[in-house]
Design a binder for this molecule. Structure first.
Ligand code: ADP
Length: 630
């Protein structure tokens, strides 16, 4: 009988399991039971369309049988079973379910992953020195036996089995001083583990339990009769079979929800919030939803697939139903169990739409409640998924801005922490008309921008937006509760005093020629030159012309493919009260066009630097500066 080799990654994982120092080995049972339950689901599902399957839901079960003498624990199911090919494919290769990112090379990390994610079938090797799988697939006459004692490989031979299904026989490892594998052969331990991890499994998990009872008192028993006892075995169902989402919330402990969440959705952190919802009427369903406590590693990639598990009266009909969730809530995990949904109805999807809009409202309200009642948690949520919510505002041409607006948070320059838009508006002093924001890479730098200081000097707060989506989001929103958003570097802020305004107008008329000359020198890089009397100690700044794309958006867009030609229209703003301005004027008056051109180039480059934009030719810039120093 030829020994077959495991695939390389499987071998690594297997090795890890066998030599695991992981203390939470007991999860192997949960993993094997989950597999058995999935197999039952699959067979039941098949029976709905294929009468030859010949079973009803009540026929399906999972049975556990310990045997202390042979040190075996057998877990059998009458689910769908596996063909020879499937045995080879499923048990010879690590599951491709995505639950386990095997790139983690660090051994100790891996050991953590075992308990947190669960790694399926191979976890059996944490407790067993030999694993035998006997399986007969639905529709097949022959059965196959897969057998392995570890990394050397496995054998696959033909065998007999009366019924469709799978039997997994574990030969427990020998006990050592520290590890008592015999534990897993004890009735009470098995019962506890099933209750702990697999209580909600919807198929009965049965086991023969040894029990004791009092023998009937004999008719002729005398006065000195002492009751006698006998042991007998009885088939017991260990799990309650009520799915956790069907149980009243008051009866379920937080840790049960957390445990369920972590198992079912392969997360290792507790959820931030558990949402339960029951509705009746047009869309009758029970939902159990979770806001994850951490960002899935693939969340912001194309690989991430949103969706809720969809059940119809307790039977799973779809593992990830994407239609139940809008993209902006794609982080939500959970289960929806609907009374009146059938597979056929999925196509019509009217029912789904109703559920989706009702779930959407529910999720929104729960998030808002979290914002109001549990700020710290909400900020964690925001850190993990805020970006997605902002994309939600931006997407679909702003259609969802009213739904999502009050969930948004941005960093406040004044308060140095995250604030909501409502909080911003609440603190607006009299006279402030718009919501000011600055967009760029880092909050510290943004706060130092000339216009930022101007806004702050008026006593107004400023939102410092450091994510690429921020400005797009705010632009699509246009306003919040009738307060318009104003980028501090776009257009005219209108914050100058009457006197400053008059002085600026005068300076602009007076220096018309000079400005024309600068514009020509800068050769298409700017749209116009203006005077900005509010600049205080800064000689120069750049702003974007009203209405176009801003400089920050230009930066973001340029990172995308096919972005050539994307350019903001820039306005060079000069401080009329700065000595540099006087120097410019003097050079112009003296007819020194060369000097004016050099100054113009320098000021433009400086303004780019302040705005956090790259200068086109740093070498030329450095030479210019040196030239002037000599
Ligand atoms: P996962 O369950 O995450 O896919 P496993 O390693 O636990 O990974 O199992 C691999 C595959 O083997 C399963 O996806 C399933 O197709 C198959 N399998 C495991 N146990 C059973 C079983 N009891 N009955 C039928 N198929 C099974």
């Amino acid at each position: 009988m030829a020994m077959r080799q495991f695939k390389a990654e499987s071998k690594k994982l297997l090795d890890l399991m066998i030599n695991s120092i992981y203390t939470n080995r007991e999860i192997f049972l949960r993993e094997l039971i989950s597999n058995a339950s999935d197999a039952c689901d699959k067979r039941y599902f098949k029976s709905l369309t294929d009468t030859s399957v010949g079973i009803t839901k009540d026929d399906l079960k999972i049975h556990i049988q310990p045997d202390k003498e042979s040190r075996t624990l057998t877990i059998s199911d009458n689910g769908i079973g596996m063909t020879k090919d499937e045995l080879e494919k499923n048990l010879g290769t690590i599951a491709k379910s995505g639950s386990f990112d095997f790139k983690t090379e660090n051994q100790s990390d891996n050991i953590d992953i075992i308990g947190q994610f669960g790694v399926g079938f191979y976890s059996a090797f944490m407790v067993a020195k030999k694993v035998t799988v006997i399986s007969r697939a639905q529709g097949e006459d022959t059965a196959w036996k897969w057998e392995s004692t570890g990394v050397e490989g496995y054998t696959l031979t033909e065998t007999d089995k009366d019924d469709v299904g799978t039997e997994i026989i574990l030969v427990m490892k020998d006990d050592t001083d520290t590890d008592h594998y015999s534990e897993y052969l004890e009735d009470y331990e098995i019962t506890n583990l099933v209750k702990k991890y697999s209580d909600y499994i919807r198929f009965p998990i049965t086991m023969y339990r040894e029990k004791s009872r009092q023998k009937p008192k004999p008719e002729d028993a005398g006065d000195d009769y002492k009751p006698e006892y006998e042991t007998y075995t009885e088939l017991e169902t260990l799990n309650s079979m009520v799915p956790i989402w069907k149980r009243p919330k008051s009866e379920v402990k937080d840790e049960d929800y957390n445990e369920f969440y972590k198992n079912k959705f392969m997360d290792y952190t507790d959820p931030l919030r558990v949402i339960t919802s029951r509705t009746e009427g047009t869309a009758t369903y029970t939902a159990l939803l979770f806001i994850p406590g951490s960002t899935p590693y693939d969340y912001y990639t194309k690989e991430y697939e949103k969706g809720l598990a969809l059940y119809a009266s307790g039977v799973m009909i779809m593992e990830k139903c994407g239609d139940l969730l809008p993209d902006y809530f794609s982080f939500v995990k959970g289960v929806v169990d609907s009374l009146n949904i059938s597979r056929e109805m999925l196509q019509k999807d009217n029912q789904l739409k109703l559920m989706r809009s009702s779930l959407e409202k529910k999720i929104k309200n729960e998030l808002h409640a979290m914002l109001v009642n549990d700020r710290e948690k909400y900020e964690t949520f925001w850190k993990n998924f805020g970006r997605q919510v902002k994309f939600g505002v931006y997407g679909d041409y702003g259609m969802h801005k009213d739904l999502l607006g009050d969930l948004l948070m941005f960093y406040s320059a004044k308060e140095q922490k995250l604030v909501t838009l409502d909080e911003y508006i609440e603190k607006m002093p009299e006279g402030q008309k718009c919501i000011y924001f600055a967009a760029g890479d880092d909050t510290d730098r943004l706060g130092k921008l000339p216009n930022a200081q101007l806004v702050l000097s008026k006593g107004y707060d400023l939102l410092l937006c450091t994510e690429d989506v921020d400005e797009f989001c705010l632009q699509v929103m246009h306003d919040y509760k009738e307060k318009e958003f104003q980028n501090i570097n776009t257009g005219d802020l209108g914050l100058e005093t009457e006197d400053e305004k008059k002085a600026a107008e005068a300076a602009e008329t007076e220096n018309k020629d000079l400005f024309e000359e600068i514009k020509k020198d800068l050769n298409g890089k700017i749209k116009e030159v203006k005077v900005n009397p509010t600049l205080q100690e800064h000689p120069v700044t750049l702003s974007s012309a009203e209405g176009g794309i801003s400089m920050e958006m230009e930066k973001v867009l340029r990172r995308m493919p096919n972005a050539e030609g994307v350019e903001s229209t820039k306005v060079l703003e000069l401080n009329p009260n700065h000595t540099v301005f006087a120097a410019l004027k003097a050079a112009h008056a003296a007819g020194d066009t060369d000097k004016v051109a050099k100054y113009a180039e320098l000021l433009y480059d400086q303004a780019l630097l302040i705005a956090g934009l790259p200068i086109e030719d740093p070498v030329a810039y450095a030479q210019l500066v040196c030239g002037l120093m000599q």
